[in-house]
Ligand binder design. Structure first.
Ligand code: UD2
Length: 350
């Protein structure tokens, strides 16, 4: 089904890779992006990595006129425009809520008013799960460990980790109940719910994709709130020791931005309306320490010792990695970029 699609936030890290993926598959791509200075630098123009075939409209997703103009003539929408960063969302509360919630509201209202059925794919986040799913020795699941074991926070996690860990982290499926621990997570959950409620009312087919730890080229290195690999990259390149929070054994699911872009396209093309929420990860788990080790190998850096702080970053979770069974079975998603390969590509781009 090639046609004309809109990507809000399409000049950013994930959106620009999605634009490439869609162009490769014969779509016409329009992007609405405000080119925020945190990502693109002050007075930034069109980013050099954005394919010349992409039609770029510079505008804010909260601006009704810009959104209407961007929607005109398109057959589907990917909504990626958002403020990203868990920690930052806790002190830029108004800004995160405004861009993420109101931006989604403006887009949905415009889509609801327009005639013609457009599919909407919303970028959501694993952050809505809070802590991932755990299982104990008897096989029972624990979906909100903090609540189950008495509101454990940060340092209080110690009895749960390492040799003495009585609870084993297991892949988190979509049905795990949300446990929102940041304004960012709340805004992502609101985006999902708002899209599903409005979509249901106006017959807009909606799919929300919960991205896990996405990494790859074009992730802003200058933004201290981006993912850990971008932070490690900029520290290593500047000869600074990377800082590891906790003991570095916390586990995540790192997924290549190319696989995420493919998942987005598959969500557009899939012909079903029953399941609307999908985890998008690699399906593999890795600890933060292992991530750094592999990255240093790929970069050929062996002289910089990391600083293991032992301290907990406010709002951090211990483990979370994706159960991607639904995406595999329903969307036909199959992650293709191995971690080493993804790291090599990232290293080549730095
Ligand atoms: C958060 C969000 C995720 C996404 C991502 C974007 C949650 C649960 N998830 O994931 O949805 O928005 O952020 O970045 O909130 N770390 C270090 N040293 C550093 C930086 C990070 O050790 O310099 C650790 C950090 O403590 C964590 C892991 O690396 O355990 C991954 O951190 P991250 O910021 O890349 O992403 P994460 O999992 O908090």
């Amino acid at each position: 089904m090639a046609g004309s699609v809109l990507i809000t936030g399409g000049a950013g890290f994930i959106g620009s890779h999605l634009a490439d993926e869609l162009l490769r598959h014969g779509y016409r791509v329009r992007v609405l992006d405000s080119l925020v200075p945190q990502v693109h630098g002050p007075d930034a123009g069109r980013p050099g990595y954005l394919d010349p075939e992409v039609e770029l409209i510079k505008g804010d997703v909260r601006d009704q006129a810009a959104v209407q103009k961007a929607l005109a003539g398109t057959e589907a929408v990917f909504h990626l425009a958002a403020m990203v960063g868990v920690g930052q969302s806790m002190y830029e509360i108004e800004r995160y809520t405004s861009v993420n919630n109101c931006g989604t509201a403006v887009l949905l209202e415009a889509m609801a008013k327009e005639r013609g059925e457009r599919k909407l794919i919303v970028a959501s986040s694993m952050s809505i799960y809070g802590e991932g799913r755990y299982r104990d020795g008897s096989g029972a699941y624990y979906d909100d460990v903090r609540r189950e074991v008495g509101q454990l926070q940060r340092g209080d996690w110690e009895p749960l980790i390492g040799e003495r860990e009585p609870l084993i982290p297991v892949p988190t499926p979509e049905e795990k109940a949300p446990s929102l621990a940041s304004v960012y997570a709340l805004s992502k959950y609101d985006q999902e719910r708002m899209a599903l409620i409005v979509g249901g009312c106006y017959r807009i087919p909606v799919i929300a994709l919960r991205f896990f730890n996405v990494y790859g080229t074009r992730q802003a290195l200058s933004n201290p709130y981006t993912g850990v690999l971008a932070i490690f990259a900029s520290r290593l390149m500047n000869g600074n020791p990377p800082r590891i929070f906790e003991d570095g054994r916390q586990q995540r699911d790192f997924v290549s931005v190319h696989d995420v872009a493919t998942a987005c396209r598959l969500a557009l093309e899939v012909d079903q309306q029953k399941q609307q929420l999908f985890n998008i990860g690699s399906g593999a788990r890795i600890s933060v320490l292992q991530v750094l080790e592999r990255f240093c190998q790929v970069l050929n850096v062996n002289s910089i010792e990391p600083e293991i702080t032992g301290s907990y970053r406010a709002g951090d979770i211990r483990h979370c990695f994706a159960d991607i069974t639904s995406a595999r079975e329903v969307l036909g998603y199959a992650p293709r970029v191995g971690f080493e390969e993804g790291l090599r590509e990232l290293a080549g781009w730095l």
